[in-house]
Design a protein around this ligand. Sequence first.
Ligand SMILES: [Zn+2]
Length: 185
Amino acid sequence: MAIPLARSSEEAQLYMTLNPCSCGQARFPADSMLLSAGDEMLCRYATACPDCGQAREFLFRLPAEPEPRVSRDQVWFGGEHPSELIDAGQWMWVAERYAGLHAADPRQLAPGELPRARADLTFAVAAMDEAAKFVPPGADGVPESAIWSDRGREEYRREPFRFRRSAIDAVREAYRGELARLGQA
Ligand SMILES: [Zn+2]
């Protein structure tokens, strides 16, 4: 099997979280190790599961030429090309979960919760941006080929309309609006 491409360490980390141990533990506190294979650079994460002790390992291919990051304090998963690790449905699932962690109205947030709320919503925006990258130019939605995981297929079965370009754009706008309100709070 070909070694999957991880565009960034953030993307690799999220992928590992989305693929938990068979015991259910998603935490994977591993250091990464760089390896070279021919003219490719690989990144290996290996550790024992903190719960059941099972040995776990993930191996990713790194981009031949790292793409420039937008900025250091923004969540950045990768450049303009869609992910090869995490499918469109998984990105939407992640976005919805992160966006749902805090109240949308800053007045309903507990004191001290604001920085965390901003960070989680920024993560949700970045995840929706990743989902949007799967919509081909001129197409009105995510093609079936952009959904390959069980969770992604489940999301699609549940609410196929969310995979339309208009729906993805609406959610992105809503999250960005929320983020702007939190920024002023
Ligand atoms: Zn385990």
